[in-house]
Design a protein around this ligand. Structure first.
Ligand SMILES: [Zn+2]
Length: 256
């Protein structure tokens, strides 16, 4: 049953990934292991704790039968904006299997690169393209950068001055697009469309993104979905598109 992996020049292959480097911030060789104390034989209390000297995250680690099977549960993590993805999918996720944790870590690494690229105005990785059959309010040559399968348009409640008394009125819901010049919601009631120049502000939380349009506090909103671009990256892309302004026919003025 126990077939040791092929002899390797590099014995780090026999060390589980979370002990080699930080799954959360991706720093190498920053993990220290504190052996858990067995308190009155309580299960779980004897698990070792991993601490990263770079991002200061701590996690409980449970070794498995071999180097590739283990479980990890983050206990405290760095919640700064650059760790948005891993904060949600590692930090707040409870116990994760090796496979789940490695996937979330990889996705988090890619997401962080994408956010940086978008901040620099590089959106080519989105492969923007026109829709085959654009809806009536979308020009045939509009380039679609983002699609959200499900979004709403809502009217923010008049500020009553009472904290939390926000009974926002949802006007419609449907598929949402961000193009090089407009945002579009193909709603169940009608099609909604606003020029990027009508966007007043863009926000995101751990759960959703919002794009406010016009001056009447109307906004489009979408919720984080597992297999879609998350709210942080979504809003970063929208902000990048706002910066490029009106369709400047591919005029890329990247100083680099
Ligand atoms: Zn770290």
């Amino acid at each position: 049953m126990t077939t040791p992996s092929a002899p390797s020049m590099d014995d780090t292959e026999n060390i589980p990934a979370p002990l080699r480097g930080c799954l959360y911030c991706h720093a190498e060789a920053t993990i220290s292991v504190t052996e858990g104390r067995k308190l009155f034989g309580i299960v779980g209390s004897s698990l070792p704790t991993l601490t990263c000297s770079e991002c200061h995250s701590t996690a409980l680690f449970e070794a498995g039968e071999d180097v590739a099977t283990w479980r990890i549960k983050y206990r405290s993590v760095n919640r700064s904006a650059r760790f948005y993805y891993v904060m949600i999918h590692l930090g707040d996720a409870g116990w994760l299997t090796a496979e789940e944790a490695m996937q979330a870590s990889l996705n988090g690494f890619v997401q962080r690169q994408r956010v940086q690229q978008a901040k620099r105005g590089n959106l080519s990785w989105l492969s923007p393209a026109p829709l085959d059959a654009p809806p009536p309010l979308m020009a045939p040559d509009e380039l679609v950068y983002l699609t959200a399968a499900s979004a709403v348009i809502a009217q923010a409640a008049k500020s009553s001055g009472v904290l939390g008394a926000n009974e926002d009125n949802v006007l419609d819901s449907g598929q949402f697009y961000v193009t090089d010049r407009k945002v579009h919601l193909l709603g169940h009631r009608r099609d909604w469309s606003h020029r990027l120049s009508d966007v007043a502000r863009v926000d995101y939380t751990e759960n959703d993104w919002r794009i406010y349009v016009g001056d009447s506090n109307q906004y489009y909103q979408g919720t984080n979905q597992l297999d879609q671009i998350d709210a942080q990256l979504f809003t970063t892309v929208v902000k990048a598109l706002l910066k490029t302004g009106e369709p400047a026919d591919e005029a890329e003025n990247d100083p680099t």
